[in-house]
Design a binder for this molecule. Structure first.
Ligand SMILES: O=C(O)[C@H](O)COP(=O)(O)O
Length: 206
């Protein structure tokens, strides 16, 4: 057995609440989002988890979630690396648009394809496959080595950047991974074997 990798999607953001495509736009957590981040911290604290290093994106909703978790587990000053490789999928021209308005303009099916196909990108943005092409190499080069050294690593990021990671960790196909809905503030705990395969996965829902 090797180390532990904890993935957490940021708490509810202002634009999740307003039903707007967010992507790389830098928006704050809502009050509920703050509560979800703190609750994630409590769940991890209850498990007795102590982190060796934390990773988050270049966007404040993930950074603030990360800091809330670290505050709750009593590790406010832990070394935290911020990198845009972990950012949400870039929604391109859809960023800032209301998801229902977009459905009215382009139709339900087209918007669903942009949101939940694996390799079709929205105009000017990234597909989930494109997101994976930056998230996975970053994970392999920067994050995984810590886990393989037996460390416990926190990654606070986004729905689609974490989908891309989970796809590779779980060996899921593009078709399978787009069906996965990751809850805001729900920690996913992986234990990895020394050969980097997954020993166990625990989703701390509810
Ligand atoms: O960027 C966004 O709008 C959300 O974080 C994720 O959106 P999705 O559920 O449409 O992928």
């Amino acid at each position: 057995m090797s180390g532990t990798l904890v993935l957490v999607r940021h708490g509810q953001s202002e634009w999740n609440l307003k039903n707007l495509f967010t992507g790389w736009r830098d928006v704050d957590l809502t009050e509920q989002g703050t509560a979800e981040a703190l609750a994630a911290g409590q769940k991890l604290k209850a498990r007795g988890l102590k982190f060796d290093i934390a990773y988050t994106s270049a966007l404040k909703r993930a950074q603030v979630t990360c800091q809330h978790i670290l505050d709750v587990v009593g590790q406010s000053d832990l070394k935290t690396i911020r990198d845009q490789a972990l950012n949400e999928r870039d929604y391109g021209d859809l960023s800032g648009l209301n998801k229902d308005d977009a459905r009215k303009k382009w139709g339900e099916e087209q918007v669903h394809i942009w949101r939940r196909s694996y390799d079709i990108a929205p105009p000017g943005g990234e597909s989930l496959k494109d997101t994976g092409a930056r998230v996975w190499p970053y994970y392999l080069h920067d994050i995984q080595p810590h886990v393989l050294r037996g460390q416990t690593v926190l990654v606070a990021a986004h729905g689609n950047s974490l989908r891309a990671l989970i796809m590779a960790l779980d060996g899921k196909s593009g078709e399978e991974i787009v069906k996965l809905e990751l809850g805001t503030g729900v920690p996913v705990i992986y234990k990895l074997n020394a050969d980097s395969t997954v020993a166990s996965k625990d989703v701390l829902e509810g």
